[in-house]
Design a protein around this ligand. Structure first.
Ligand code: B3K
Ligand code: ZN
Length: 879
């Protein structure tokens, strides 16, 4: 086989077959040693299809022994090649025992069993989702094989005092020779991707929780001694999440203990292993001096997310990996609602929509576009995407909107009780929700099957004589790879009609006897439809997609005045932001097209934001978001032949214009919002958010505000304010900024996570010197190519968040990132593949850059020895 055909064969949803063998019980024994760990497994198997040969997944391991019903098999009775252990000649019920040797110390892929940290501080840890378990022991490594696990861990006591696996610990003991052991039983059947073990010298904090069912649960968070102090916030979040899931969705925890373990060496955010969550330290640690307000929010969200998986994913799991969004979309939705109920609903919604537009709409508009339930995949790890997660969550949100709060709860109750302990499909999910509400949700399957971002065109017509307002809605979805033709989708459009004097009008549709509430949800489920509202005294401002009720692009023919009115008066905070964002985009488009924005629109936009700054009642976090323009990537979203220099210039001009107009108010707000003593409370964080949004604009209005930034830096008692001040200073006065950046690095030299922010901040600088600095930083003592947090902070920020420098006209940004991808691929293929998606929009850039990117991708693709993960992405990018 030639080295340039590394991608795995394609799998198709339509080819799915039920497993030919079942595994009822698993007993695993680990003799743990970083250099050579021996894994002994005993599987109780039962053949489901007569004549089916037993084939187990088994990768990267030395097979030492295979026994069937206690008899050791000869070498000619099985084969082990290409990741498959084949045992022909067995049938019915059999007990298969295997013994294998694996080498965690040299496993840099961060899947399977590997070591986190170096030297005597290193500890052993696992990551199995999606297909890591097959690197630990031979198994039917697919999510629809659910088994009960009993696990025994044995290791050197001094080096590995803590031994953890899923479930309840039932026995611990000394083995002599300095070794000890612990045995665990997980009573809940689970798929292999939820298996986990941890062994090492870790500290912990402990708390407890009594469930609504009366179960007392021990809660433990384990981390290395130097960071254990940062785990208190996560513990608080965990208890909040447990209570919230009981109250909002009636879901209780089901084991006597719940562990969370922190590691710095993790390819993603966190992992929901049954009873033993493993977290990237980035999403677990939080303290005033070492975490920003956004970090505090992310810890809340991710702790919640992984905990909520205990039902949406673990108790009810996916039949196959095509159904991944069944657990991820649903769990992201639950996480969003948790944060919305616990902290700020509007801020969370704006964040989600910004992410959806930046990541998911971009994905849907390029060569990597795929449906929420993909019809095919080659490497499943490449499908943990914004589409599966974020668009998947939007579908669940639309269903919740459509069924109403109680109806959705009823439906989820039905789903969990009907399918508890089984592996199911999207069809099962829709059937449970539909049956509990006596509606047919069949048409919603199209949202899972069809890729691409729909556009909803909205045209309103006011008839003064008839006092009626007619709204015409029309939907269309552009073609995507392998899907040229699109069908209409059910799109819930939440709407209000705003009257400039009276606010939102009570709504009465033609055919209705009287007016009802002032907000309602229209369901557009055909290519086009119209609604006629009666008793409308004057031409209203339509407020559509309130709360962003559907993941679509809105093409609304509102006048600038109508948009400004909405920005000023809409009763839905999210839609005020939505209107402001639409105006900013329009001004940006005008700047790009003709060199400057329409002065009247610019003026009324600035006036509306000035008025917002004067509103005493307005939530400070929402105000901060109103002041923050879309980033360059987001502004480029609908452009063809993108010229990054023009985008940068247009955006900067708009930002400066806004800053100059609001200058006095920004200063006042910056001063007024200085908090006295730091607290992580939502209101205090909102004040800091506003203060720092003001500072960011002030330095754009006038570099003389460098002094303000410097003094904020000096006085800051928390990382949010310090980091924001540093960012502002780097913009206003790069020389002083660089000196302060050095101060920042030495102040936080011992904190890996804070240094990541320092790396990222420098990789986000849009000045021409930024690339040289980033290159230099790859030699910094704290930078490691094997650590995903470092690679994402430096290379990821440059490639995904710094359009101007990544897309330098001379191609130097592309060369740097491509070389980094090749280097990372040799260590952590999943991370390399993710970095490569930064090239996803290459065809939408102007011809010069397009050619440079194509060249870089082709050169990378031609290299020998690339991972299957990276090959898959490169082939799809170039197809
Ligand atoms: N389920 C994990 C993601 C696993 C990624 C595997 N490549 C985290 C989460 O979504 O909760
Ligand atoms: Zn998840």
């Amino acid at each position: 086989m030639s080295s340039s055909s590394g991608a795995k064969p394609t799998r198709y949803l339509r080819d799915h077959r039920a497993p030919e063998w079942r595994i009822d019980a698993v007993a695993l024994e680990f003799d743990l040693d970083p250099a050579a760990t021996i894994v002994s497994a005993r599987l109780d198997l039962e053949q489901q299809v007569a004549g089916a040969v037993l084939c187990l997944d088994a990768c990267d391991m030395d097979l030492l022994e295979v026994r069937v019903d206690e008899r050791a098999l000869g070498r000619d009775e099985f084969s082990h090649a290409d990741g498959v252990l084949r045992v022909p000649g067995v049938q019915g019920r059999v007990r298969l025992a295997t013994r294998v040797r694996i080498a965690p110390a040299t496993n840099t892929t961060l899947q399977g069993l590997y070591t986190s940290g170096a030297g005597e501080h290193g500890f052993l840890i696992t990551q199995c989702e999606a297909e890591g378990f097959r690197h630990i022991t031979p198994f039917l490594d697919r999510p629809d094989v659910l088994a009960r696990y009993e696990v025994t861990l044995r290791a050197d006591r001094a080096r590995f005092p803590l031994l953890l696996a899923n479930g309840n610990c039932v026995e611990q003991g000394d083995l002599g020779d300095g070794r000890h052991q612990a045995r665990f039983i997980d009573p809940h059947p689970k798929p292999s991707y939820l298996f986990a073990l941890v062994a090492g010298a870790l500290d912990n904090i402990e708390d407890s929780f009594v469930t609504a069912e009366g179960r007392r649960v021990r809660l433990l968070i384990h981390a290395q001694a130097d960071v254990i102090d940062g785990c208190g916030w996560a513990m608080q979040c965990l208890k909040q999440a447990m209570r919230w899931d009981e109250q909002r969705f009636g879901r209780c925890y089901d084991l006597d203990v719940f562990h969370i373990v922190a590691t710095h060496d993790f390819a993603m955010g966190a992992m929901e292993n049954k009873g033993l969550n493993i977290f990237n330290a980035k999403y677990l640690l939080a303290s005033a001096d070492a975490a920003t307000d956004d970090d505090f929010r992310h810890v809340l969200a991710v702790v919640g997310h992984e905990y909520f998986h205990n039902w949406s994913g673990n108790r009810v799991t996916c039949r196959d990996w095509f159904q991944l969004s069944l657990k991820e979309g649903l769990t992201v939705y639950r996480e969003q609602e948790f944060e919305a109920d616990t902290a700020s609903r509007t801020l969370r919604r704006i964040d989600d929509v910004r992410l959806l537009w930046r990541a998911q709409f971009a994905e849907d508009a390029g060569p990597l576009a795929h449906p929420v339930r993909p019809a095919r995949y080659s490497e499943i790890n490449n499908f943990y995407t914004a589409t599966v997660y974020e668009k998947g969550a939007e579908i669940v949100r639309m269903l919740a909107t459509q069924l109403g709060r109680d109806g959705f709860r009823r439906g989820l109750d039905r789903y969990f009780s009907r399918h508890d302990g089984t592996a199911v499909t999207v069809e099962d999910f829709l059937a449970a929700l539909g049956e509990a509400n006596a509606v047919d949700l069949g048409p919603w399957l199209a949202w899972y099957a069809q890729a691409g971002t729909p556009t909803v065109q909205a045209r309103g017509h006011y008839d003064a004589a008839a006092r009626s307002y007619t709204l015409h809605l029309r939907q269309s979805t552009p073609p995507t790879p392998n899907q040229p033709d699109k069908q209409p989708l059910p799109i819930p459009v939440a709407l209000a009609l705003i009257d400039a004097t009276t606010g939102a009008l009570p709504l009465r549709l033609a055919g209705e006897a009287s007016a009802g509430a002032s907000e309602r949800v229209l369901l557009l489920d055909t290519a086009q439809a119209s609604w006629c509202f009666l008793d409308v005294p004057a031409e209203p401002v339509p407020s559509l997609l309130r709360g962003y009720s559907a993941p679509v692009r809105l093409d609304l023919d509102a006048t600038p005045d109508q948009r400004v009115a909405q920005l000023r008066h809409d009763s839905d905070g999210f839609n005020r932001w939505f209107a402001g964002d639409a105006i900013a985009r329009r001004l940006f488009a005008q700047t790009l097209a003709s060199g400057s924005p329409d002065p009247a629109t610019l003026q009324s936009w600035c006036s509306a934001l000035a008025a917002a700054l004067d509103e005493r009642e307005l939530d400070a976090a929402l105000m901060a978001e109103l002041l923050s323009l879309p980033d360059a990537h987001s502004l480029s979203g609908e452009l063809a032949d993108i010229d990054p220099e023009a985008v940068h210039a247009g955006r900067s001009a708009l930002e400066s214009a806004l800053a100059q107009q609001l200058h006095a108010r920004l200063r006042a707000r910056h001063q007024h919002n200085a908090t006295t003593a730091w607290s992580p409370a939502t209101a205090a964080a909102a004040q800091r958010r506003l203060r720092n949004a003001c500072l960011a604009l002030l330095v754009r209005a006038d570099p003389a505000h460098a002094a303000l930034a410097a003094s904020q830096y000096a006085q800051a008692d928390n990382l949010t304010d310090r980091l924001a001040a540093l960012a502002a200073l780097l913009h206003a006065d790069p020389v002083r900024g660089a000196a302060l950046a050095d101060e920042f690095a030495s102040r936080h030299a011992n904190n890996a996570l804070v240094l990541d922010k320092w790396f990222a901040l420098q990789a986000a600088q849009t000045t021409p010197a930024a690339l040289a600095r980033v290159t230099e930083l790859t030699s910094h003592a704290a930078f490691h190519w094997s650590n995903p947090n470092k690679v994402y902070a430096l290379v990821g920020t440059l490639a995904q968040r710094n359009q101007r420098v990544f897309h330098r006209a001379d191609g130097a940004g592309y060369r740097f990132v491509a070389a980094a991808i090749a280097r990372v691929d040799a260590l952590t293929p999943q991370v390399a593949a993710r970095l490569a998606t930064a090239f996803g929009a290459w065809r939408r850039y102007e011809p010069g850059r397009r050619a440079l990117m194509q060249q870089e991708l082709a050169t990378l693709r031609a290299k020998s020895g690339l991972s299957a993960d990276l090959c898959d992405i490169l082939e799809r990018l170039l197809a």
